[in-house]
Ligand binder design. Structure first.
Ligand SMILES: [Zn+2]
Length: 103
């Protein structure tokens, strides 16, 4: 006879499953946008990292290791470290690319 398995919870409320679900939800809220940290006005670019087997969004410059402190922003990136990490050939928003130069 087969033992009954514990039912799966759609909304785990304890332990690593709960944290993984929160991190996944936070990343989903930040897809395709930039973010500020806490009450700061500095806008950071985001990148995805694996933590606890889950993709989480973190500032590209590493300004805040805790993704739960990130606040969604549609403003352009103002963090100098994130801008430098995006590369010297980045074309600022609203500026036309120069013909003959790679994007
Ligand atoms: Zn940054």
């Amino acid at each position: 006879m087969r033992d009954a398995e514990a039912p799966l919870s759609l909304f785990p409320d304890t332990g690593a499953d709960h944290l993984a679900a929160r991190l996944h939800g936070r990343r989903s809220a930040l897809v395709g946008v930039n973010a500020t940290v806490g009450g700061s006005d500095v806008v950071h670019a985001l990148e995805d990292l694996h933590r606890l087997g889950v993709l989480v969004a973190v500032p590209a410059c590493g300004a805040a290791p805790d993704p739960m402190r990130l606040r969604r922003s549609t403003a352009p990136v103002t963090c100098r470290r994130c801008l430098r990490l995006q590369g010297p050939l980045r074309v600022p928003e609203g500026q036309l690319p120069i013909p003959g130069l790679p994007l």
